[in-house]
Design a protein around this ligand. Structure first.
Ligand SMILES: NC(=O)c1ccc[n+]([C@@H]2O[C@H](COP(=O)([O-])OP(=O)(O)OC[C@H]3O[C@@H](n4cnc5c(N)ncnc54)[C@H](O)[C@@H]3O)[C@@H](O)[C@H]2O)c1
Length: 407
């Protein structure tokens, strides 16, 4: 139901309009609310994604989402690319992207622009729920902004906490953190999210904003610890994974110790930087984690070069997504590796089963032609590959193939 005028939508009694409803967070959320019996309108400016979703297909991978989409599409789930549709729903959930800019500062302007565009459609009886990961204080800013426009619209912040690709199960199994600018708003969001889960955790808006940033920054730092230890071990010719295995063996105190890996993606890095900006750039742990995680591709290339001289080597990167079994290339460190290797190596060949790119090569071709193979993303289909480990130089930072982390 594209571009239908708002008057007609009003007759449909829409419960929720999701702004950014075709994104990785918005779409699974919309499907989940629709499955829970609510009428949901997905508003998005991405017309290509709208065409895909309108045909009953997911524009990205999310386990179980496509079947669920078909179940509700056209019955309780509708699409629109007209912002006037915002005025027709009781709740308006905002899930547009919140990237950092080239100086690693949050782009608050994107939110300000969005609200200057949509505020004419907001009504006093409506309730705006921010779901994107936001710079602390944004919820309060929005509340004051709407009040300055004489709008009584309620404002809440309920952060999304799913792991990409697992939204359909996690939305109904994880606790939902809810916060609101007033008591009635809190009651309303608690009731709304209790259709997904009974486990509702209440915070003040700024506490909830920080809870989300602290979560992502802690994970980013945890991965950086492993990546730093990996680098120290490698530098001394010691296999990090022999040490790692010994440390975690029957020793629950350190059971959460992550393997090393190319820590990347659209959230952890930028949210750590949002927190750094919020703390006036005194978040030293966060900045150190960024240097370690973002420096890993450079370190890999440097170590390879010291040992094998890459200028006469063909290097293959297996997996360009930011994590295993994902089709999301956003902020993937495989691309950073590719860029560095394009300067240092004779040839770079890339492959990924989930990302369409005319410059990528078939997996078999990359395996046969490469002297060096770097595992960029540990996709399940790479688990058993016909690789002659004795004939190739293999870089497996994750120890996905169980042969250790040395190369
Ligand atoms: N991806 C995740 O796994 C994840 C998990 C938790 C939280 N988050 C947070 O959720 C937010 C959204 O992330 P995402 O991965 O879904 O991003 P995304 O880029 O996949 O989705 C954002 C959507 O918003 C749409 N959009 C942008 N501007 C718009 C506008 N002015 N009007 C209407 N639609 C607009 C885009 O077309 C896109 O479809 C971010 O703040 C992110 O940090 C993401």
């Amino acid at each position: 139901m594209m571009n239908r005028p708002a008057e007609k939508l009003e007759q449909r009694n829409v419960d929720i309009c999701i702004v950014g409803g075709l994104g990785r967070v918005g779409l699974p959320l919309g499907i989940s609310f629709a499955r829970a019996g609510m009428n949901v309108m997905l508003y998005d400016i991405d017309r290509e994604a709208a065409g895909v979703v309108a045909s009953g297909k997911m524009p990205f991978q999310d386990t179980g989402a496509e079947e669920a989409l078909r179940e509700v599409l056209g019955k309780r789930l509708f699409l629109s690319s007209e912002k006037s549709c915002i005025g027709a729903s009781r709740f308006v959930i905002i899930v547009i992207g919140t990237p950092v800019d080239e100086h690693l500062n949050p782009r608050l302007i994107a939110f300000k622009q969005l609200f200057s565009e949509i505020s004419e459609y907001l009504r006093d009886e409506q309730h705006v729920i921010l779901r994107s990961t936001i710079f602390p204080g944004t919820t309060e800013w929005l509340y004051q902004y709407l009040r300055s426009k004489s709008r009584r619209t309620r404002v809440s912040f309920c952060p999304e906490r799913i792991a990409e690709g697992k939204a359909m199960t996690e939305l109904v199994s994880l606790p939902q953190i809810v916060s609101s600018c007033d008591a009635d708003g809190l009651q309303e969001v608690s009731t709304l999210f209790s259709v997904l889960t009974r486990d509702i955790v209440v915070l003040q808006p700024k506490e909830a904003e920080l809870a989300k940033l602290f979560t992502n920054a802690s994970r980013y730092i945890q991965f950086a610890i492993s990546n730093q230890f990996y680098q120290i071990a490698l530098h001394h010719g010691i296999d990090f994974y022999r040490v790692h295995e010994a440390m975690v063996h029957n020793y629950p105190r350190i059971s959460g110790f992550a393997p090393a890996g190319l820590t990347a993606g659209p959230c952890l890095f930028k949210d750590t930087m949002q927190l750094a900006a919020f703390s006036n750039n005194t978040f030293f742990l966060g900045h150190s984690a960024m240097l370690i995680n973002e420096g890993l591709p450079n370190m890999i290339v440097q170590k390879l070069n010291e040992k094998y001289s890459l200028k006469d080597k063909v290097v293959g990167i297996l997996g360009m997504a930011y994590k295993g079994d994902s089709d999301d290339a956003r902020e993937s460190l495989s691309y950073k590796l590719k860029k560095i290797l394009e300067i240092e190596a004779m040839t770079v060949l890339c492959t990924d089963p989930f990302i369409g790119d005319k410059d990528f090569h078939a997996l078999g071709d990359v395996i046969v032609r490469s002297d060096v193979l770097i595992l960029g993303a540990p996709h399940a289909q790479y688990r058993e590959l016909p690789i002659d480990h004795a004939a190739k130089i293999i870089v497996d930072v994750w120890n996905y193939w169980g042969r250790g982390g040395l190369f």
